[in-house]
Unconditional design. Structure first.
Length: 463
């Protein structure tokens, strides 16, 4: 409750005198004109003055209460009104109720403005990209959490947070009044990432003095995809160019020098056929890869029994293994559950793994294929391991084996007819199946390629 101030008597007296002046003057005039007697005049004058003083004191008291009440309203405390408002004289009461109305509408507007501000702040915080607000002097006045994580909590000059010359030049240009600017730059801490930075001026400066906004967009993936596409085209054309060059060479030879040479013609035609087959295989693999990629987000839903599939593939490959004096031995668990998948694609997976084991295994050795149930992430999976006794793969190559055209020894792989796409196809098929490929290898001993697939769930299809 605000302190009640003592009534200001001198002010009340002065006001009362001013208010009663006309009455007092009239009485004085009547007295001078001898219309009333001096005794009555004094009495009437005192009565007029007293009544006016009382009314003034009452009115001033009420007004002072209203003044204190409005003061309390400013502190948002309407209940702190010193007295019951309905006990006021009508004019102060009307002023008070008008003040209450004003306060209410002001408070509502304030609440609406605050809600709008909070919504805007929430949007800034929810923007997944880092945002930084700058003032005229290029100082950071505000940043969202994402920018905080990137530039640190510093509030000083932008140069302390992002030390890139191109970024600072763009900031300077926009702050000088040039139109929005976009620059790309790389940050190497904590990990190498590429960003696209956009500077733009803000229409109206904020209360903190922000005049420009810097938004950063992480384009690392985009750049990587661009690079991959470029590499892929370069690799694919290179792979096609080699057999094409061979073909062209032999065509020229057959048309010229070797035209009459029966024996050479036979030999060249055989080579040409092999090269043409190689190109066909390459194109088939590329098409197969792009088909699988197109449907990668759709998990196949058929039930596939791996036992019969593996046995069938082993039979198909028997001849090729025999050519290198190798054997394929299968150990398939008797109660091996079915998996969720696409039979043809899974056949492609194991065909590639068997093919690699035959190509890169030691001649005369055994390839062991084991299929069993394992527990993975608390769920039963089916694991198929293909173990060869080859020379093994150096550790640094393991993470890259599933990249398109990646080979440990490109010349050797190409010489034995490989396109370098086999494991890339395997990986994409397994992605589609929400499965995994694990590779382990020991130099001099051999490699194990393990495929993990989801068990067919009798309860229904998985997504
Ligand atoms: N079992 C293995 N032992 C040793 N190295 C392997 C084995 N499997 C794959 N590699 C290496 O991984 C590379 C990539 O294998 P991938 O199957 O993708 O291609 P490729 O076998 O060369 O060609 P493709 O499978 O198209 O005929 C191979 O070139 C080889 O260097
Ligand atoms: Mg292969």
């Amino acid at each position: 409750v605000p302190l009640r101030r003592a009534p200001n008597l001198a002010r009340i007296a002065a006001l009362a005198l001013a208010a009663s002046a006309p009455g007092l003057l009239a009485i004085a005039a009547l007295t001078i004109g001898a219309q009333i007697r001096v005794g009555w005049a004094l009495l009437a004058g005192a009565a007029v003055y007293l009544a006016t003083a009382l009314l003034t004191a009452w009115l001033v008291g009420d007004l002072e209460q209203v003044r204190d009440g409005v003061g309390a309203l400013a502190e948002e405390d309407a209940a702190a009104f010193p007295r019951r408002p309905d006990a006021l004289l009508p004019p102060p009461r009307e002023i008070w109720s008008a003040a209450l109305k004003l306060a209410r509408s002001w408070r509502e507007r304030n609440a609406a403005a605050e809600a709008r501000l909070a919504a805007a702040e929430a949007v800034i915080a929810a923007v997944p990209d880092p945002l930084i607000l700058l003032d005229e002097k290029r100082r950071i006045v505000r940043l969202n959490a994402q920018a905080n994580a990137l530039a640190g909590p510093g509030r000083g000059d932008l140069a302390a947070a992002l030390r890139n010359p191109a970024v600072l030049a763009a900031a300077g240009a926009v702050l000088r009044g040039e139109p929005a600017r976009v620059v790309e730059f790389a940050l190497s801490v904590p990990v190498e990432r590429q960003y696209r930075a956009r500077f733009a001026r803000i229409e109206r400066p904020s209360s903190e003095g922000a005049v420009a906004v810097l938004s950063l967009h992480d384009i690392t993936e985009l750049k990587r995809a661009e690079q991959m596409r470029a590499d892929f085209i370069a690799n694919a054309s290179h792979e096609l160019r080699t057999p094409l060059a061979t073909l062209t060479g032999f065509i020229e030879t057959l048309g010229g020098l070797a035209r009459e040479d029966e024996k050479a013609r036979e030999r060249f035609l055989a080579i040409m056929q092999a090269q043409a087959e190689r190109m066909t295989r390459l194109v088939d693999d590329l098409l197969s890869l792009s088909r699988i990629e197109l449907r990668e987000h759709l998990m196949p839903q058929d039930r596939v029994a791996l036992g019969p599939l593996l046995r069938h593939l082993a039979e198909v490959m028997e001849l090729r293994a025999g050519a290198r004096d190798m054997r394929l031995t299968l150990h398939i668990a008797a109660d091996l559950p079915e998996v969720t998948g696409d039979r043809d694609e899974l056949a492609q997976v194991f065909q590639n793994l068997f093919d690699n084991a035959i190509k890169y295994g030691r001649a005369g050795s055994e390839i062991v294929v084991e299929a069993a149930t394992i527990e993975k992430g608390g769920e039963p999976h089916v694991a198929v391991a293909v173990r060869d006794q080859g020379e093994g793969i150096p550790r640094e190559h393991l993470p890259r084996l599933t990249e398109r055209f990646y080979r440990v020894d490109a010349a050797r792989s190409r010489a034995i007819g490989g396109t370098g796409l086999g494991l890339a196809i395997v990986k994409h098929i397994l992605n589609r199946h929400r499965g995994v490929l694990e590779i382990s290898s020991e130099i001099g001993k051999g490699s194990v390629f393990t495929v993990c697939l989801r068990r067919y769930d009798a309860a229904g299809p998985e997504l």
